[in-house]
Design a protein around this ligand. Structure first.
Ligand code: ADP
Ligand code: MG
Length: 701
């Protein structure tokens, strides 16, 4: 069933309509009428005969026909009965404004469950409860108590917080932002973000989907759907509840638990979702996506009547990783013909402080025609002769006449540019309060362009020994063991094509020396105990041992010291291992998020990983280019590539390690968590070694 009855219904009933100003049941009806809703409106309230000049019905049945949309504002304990009545008359779409459900605790949760059950039994869809309602400016539908209907525009907004929506509406009014829809989704008892973005993806009037979410119900399905929609419409999301404190606030707020921050970042990446960290940035971006074409490339030209702001913009472009466009000779010569000799005909093009609108017009036309230019930022400062409003009109006109390139404006100032800014925004030219905001917006657009052009996802499959891993994991699970020790972990890794250091276990010093002699020196000794996770923390790793004598000494020392430090640890012996030649230590890992699945991690290994937190995550299964992208995202990437004479490491070998890990955790959902730390990588052409590994497993259902 589509959601169109929520967005453009032919008739609306407000159940719980009230004559008392200030009551929600009154405000909703008043909003509906004030917005000029052209369809039929049926107030329902058994205690009154007339509200706001409309005949009031005692119940839905008395209306005599089913309202297409029913808005419920009666107290929580009566809602279920109204839903049954909707079922009786045949109304299928219901917005429940009423609060006092899941968000208030157990009793509310039970009420909400009963409401949903009644709705499902009658084939009814619910938005809410505990929400602000629905606004569809194009249909003149304001079934909410959020305020006046905004202008019609290309942005659809969905918000899990009703209060935030009122702030957005107020800001939108001040900034002339238009909407195709505004939805407050409240507790998401029935219709959730997934169903809504699906519907918005298909709505012709919606060019951009923006939203504020505290949680995402079905992570996996959401990613898949968002990935499809992002192909045609950008999705801009603010997501809260990420930090520990935020997550607690979210759970008391709407009664939903937020997923972990990392998981969201990872899935947003995959699905092309543009993450915004404030309402301001969200609308900075949304306006540009709604009103301007996305840039075809990274080259930005700047047009200005003042040197300083031009340089500020140039700096912001450099910092953001966008390209400062190099203008062609034809452009420069054309500019020199229309601009005074003192003007700068290179990017940033300076039309000078005495420029009138006509000079902007001439220069803008020329710059937009330059094939090296993908987007233009038009700057203006209100100097003595500046024609602010006239220039704004010119910018709107020229940009309109040359579609295909992105034009953003930054008219700086306050009162003197107020009218001009209004003209720009009404003319579909996004206007920014600073060059940095304009450039950040271009950057977000460019990232989206890149996402659209991403290569097709082809996941490489390596020939592996799957059965072997099945056996090892099965054995552990049958015994109820959740941690797979170092030896068995290495067998698993080897089955998936990783190389691990040679070595075996010794229970006496003599045996250890014999193994070392066989391996050849130097060797490494490591304590072997299922109860010791971080061996070096307890003095359980000794590297660079060069003789049988040293082996025996090290063995005795470990056997003497470690039981003192860890009296309860069961010590099985010592692992004698060949010593890998020097290389860089990186970590490859995986954490399985309960909602979104296996999150792969890459970072610099050893103890620094916890301190520096210089890691990158990606959702498995990954492609070769995504694996490489994970490396590139870390700051340590430049170290891996090599700096100042250091040859660097075999990047592709690390990326292959990540892909093998990706395959392992994709094929074995029993693996909940794992680390390969360190994964020692050497120069080009060398084989990386998985020196240490931890795997924990869990039964899957
Ligand atoms: P744990 O992480 O439990 O302390 P590891 O096996 O990871 O134990 O060893 C700790 C550190 O010792 C590694 O990060 C690495 O620097 C070094 N190391 C361990 N084994 C080897 C080896 N076979 N070759 C070279 N270095 C090693
Ligand atoms: Mg380790």
């Amino acid at each position: 069933m589509s959601l169109e009855s929520f967005f453009s219904p032919k008739s609306v009933s407000v159940v719980g309509a009230s004559r008392h100003k200030g009551k929600v049941g009154h405000e909703i009806l008043a909003s509906l009428l004030a917005g000029g809703y052209p369809g039929e409106v049926f107030p329902v309230n058994p205690k009154v005969e007339e509200v706001l000049g409309l005949k009031c019905y005692p119940d839905l049945v008395s209306i005599g026909k089913p309202p297409e949309l029913v808005v419920i504002v009666v107290p929580a304990e009566f809602v279920e009965a109204v839903i049954r009545e909707c079922g009786k008359v045949g109304s299928k779409s219901v917005v429940i404004i009423t609060a006092g459900f899941k968000e208030t605790g157990e009793r509310g949760r039970a009420l909400e469950e009963a409401v949903v059950k009644a709705a499902r039994a009658n084939g009814i869809k619910i938005i809410g409860p505990n929400c602000l309602g629905v606004m569809s400016p194009g249909d003149k539908l304001n079934a909410s108590f959020g305020g006046d209907l905004p202008r019609v525009g290309g942005i659809a907004y969905l918000s899990q917080s009703g209060a935030l929506m009122t702030a957005i509406l107020d800001m939108a009014a001040a900034r002339d932002i238009g909407f195709s829809l505004l939805l407050s989704i409240g507790n998401k008892a029935d219709v959730d973000e997934l169903e809504i973005i699906k519907a918005l993806g298909q709505r012709p009037g919606t060019k951009v989907i923006a939203g504020y979410l505290e949680s995402i119900q079905d992570g996996d399905a959401f990613v898949r759907q968002a990935e499809i929609i992002s192909q045609n419409k950008p999705i801009l999301l603010m997501k809260s509840g990420g930090t520990g404190a935020g997550a607690r606030a979210a759970s008391s707020h709407t009664g939903s638990l937020a997923g972990s921050e990392t998981a969201y970042e990872v899935i947003f990446d995959r699905a092309g979702i543009i993450r915004c960290d404030s309402i301001k940035t969200q609308f900075d971006y949304a306006q540009a996506f709604a009103d301007q074409p996305i840039p075809k490339g990274p080259n930005v030209a700047v047009l200005t009547n003042a040197g300083g702001p031009g340089i500020m913009t140039a700096d912001a472009i450099e910092r953001s990783g966008l390209t400062f466009a190099a203008l062609t000779d034809e452009t420069k010569s054309a500019l020199s013909k229309v601009l005074p000799p003192a003007a700068n005909i290179h990017n940033p093009v300076d039309v000078l402080g005495d420029a009138l609108a006509d000079r902007y017009e001439a220069a803008m036309n020329i710059v937009l025609d330059d094939p090296n230019v993908h987007s233009v930022v038009v700057l203006l400062t209100p100097q003595a002769m500046t024609q602010c409003s006239e220039t704004a009109r010119i910018v709107v006109k020229v940009a309109g006449a040359k579609p295909g390139k992105t034009v953003l404006a930054c008219f700086m100032g306050g009162r003197k540019v107020e009218e001009a800014i209004h003209i720009l925004r009404r003319g579909a030219i996004p206007q920014y309060d600073s060059p940095e905001s304009a450039v950040a917006t271009l950057k977000a657009m460019q990232q989206y362009t890149r996402w659209l052009a991403r290569p097709e996802r082809v996941v490489r499959l390596f020939p592996v020994n799957r059965r072997k891993v099945e056996q090892i994991i099965g054995r552990h699970l049958r015994r109820g063991e959740r941690e797979i020790g170092e030896m068995a972990s290495k067998e698993i890794l080897e089955a998936y094509g990783f190389v691990t250091p040679k070595g075996s276990l010794a229970t006496t010093a003599e045996q250890a020396a014999a193994i070392a002699d066989q391996l050849g020196y130097p060797v490494v000794l490591k304590i072997w105990s299922p109860d010791i996770i971080h061996k070096s923390d307890v003095g359980g790793v000794k590297v660079g041992i060069n003789s049988a004598k040293q082996v025996m000494d090290a063995f005795d020392l470990m056997m003497y010291r470690i039981p003192k430090k860890m009296p309860n640890a069961e010590i099985m012996g010592v692992l004698v291992q060949e010593m890998c030649s020097a290389g860089k230590e990186v970590i490859l890992g995986m954490h399985r998020d309960p909602r979104f699945g296996p999150l792969l991690m890459f970072g610099m290994g050893g103890i620094t990983v916890e301190v520096l937190k210089d890691v990158a995550f990606y959702l498995a299964p990954i492609t070769a280019s995504e694996a490489k992208e994970m490396l590139i995202r870390t700051k340590t990437y430049s170290l891996l590539k090599g700096v100042r004479g250091d040859p660097g490491v075999d990047i592709d070998a690390v990326a292959e390690g990540l892909q093998r890990l990706s395959q392992l955790v994709t094929e074995f959902p029993e693996i909940k968590e794992m680390d390969i730390n360190p994964f020692i990588v050497g120069p080009q052409g060398s084989t990386p070694i998985a020196v240490d590994a931890r795997i924990s497993v869990e039964k899957t259902d």
